[in-house]
Design a protein around this ligand. Structure first.
Ligand code: ADP
Length: 259
């Protein structure tokens, strides 16, 4: 039940009655749970066929390439790339249902932070031939966290940096230490985020506004999921930006030791 109390006062300010209003919210809560469950089942069901199509597309590309038809092989590669996007979107939906039901799991391990960042930037460099991802990784820190999930946050920062800086050709990635923390930064030279919007970007469903929505597709979930991951790992996440000049996204984690 949702209850509210309102005292009624006479002209001397004495309370002579109290109004109590109470609303049964069982139905609302049930509907919300059903919606969350549906989202979970729907994204899970979507994942299976997409994974299968992706496997076939990869085999097909290899076969066509072996036959020497580069043009057709490149078309299948384009299909595969779009399937990656679809897999990412479905993964985000699944993660959101996990967060909402408190079922997102974390498997912490000790790992070398700089090496993990280097691996991911290497993978992401293949995705954008336009941007040069320049790394300055000097932390030498070892952290104790879920490596996959931390990788997911770094990938999210990098794919946003690529997406929101289409006219730029450089992205800077750095790791450094401050007090007890290791900090990662991803700096781009793109559209940036106005100061009054900066605190909103980590909210669920918050997206770039106006007609820019068509230019930059997305669900507005990536940074929300990233923030949940970093919070769960006991870290901090934030952004600094100037509109039209670019944005720098950061997160900080506790250092376990040094390599
Ligand atoms: P999506 O990119 O799918 O919209 P995100 O949660 O990753 O979702 O980002 C939320 C919003 O934050 C974006 O819609 C955009 O407005 C803003 N944003 C994120 N990264 C950047 C960036 N590097 N530069 C400018 N704006 C950004």
């Amino acid at each position: 039940f949702n209850s509210t109390y309102k005292p009624l006062k006479d002209s001397n300010g004495e309370v002579y009655a109290i109004i109590h209003a109470s609303m049964d919210v069982t139905k609302q809560v049930q509907l919300q749970q059903q919606k969350d469950e549906f989202l979970g089942i729907a994204s899970h069901e979507l994942k299976t066929p997409v994974t299968s199509i992706k496997a076939y597309a990869q085999v097909l590309e290899r076969m066509i390439r072996n036959e020497g038809d580069e043009k057709k092989a490149n078309m299948v590669r384009k299909m595969d790339q779009q399937l990656n996007r679809l897999t990412g979107l479905i993964g985000d939906l699944l993660d959101v249902t996990k967060i909402q039901s408190g079922k997102m799991t974390f498997n912490p391990v000790e790992f070398d932070f700089d090496t993990a960042v280097e691996e991911i930037t290497g993978e992401m460099q293949h995705i954008s031939s336009k941007h040069r991802i320049i790394c300055d990784l000097t932390s030498r820190a070892v952290v104790y966290a879920d490596k996959e999930r931390i990788g997911q946050v770094i990938t999210n920062f990098l794919s946003n940096a690529i997406k929101y800086s289409a006219d730029a050709d450089e992205i800077n990635v750095a790791t450094f230490t401050h007090d007890e923390e290791v900090i990662l930064s991803v700096k781009d030279y793109g559209i940036g985020i106005s100061e009054d919007m900066q605190h909103l970007v980590f909210d669920q469903f918050y997206r770039v506004g106006g007609n820019l929505q068509h230019t930059y597709p997305g669900l507005g979930l990536g940074l929300y999921i990233s923030a949940e991951i970093i919070k769960n790992e006991g870290g901090r996440i934030w952004v600094e930006s100037t509109v039209g000049q670019g944005a720098t996204f950061f997160f900080a984690l506790k250092i376990k030791s040094f390599r």
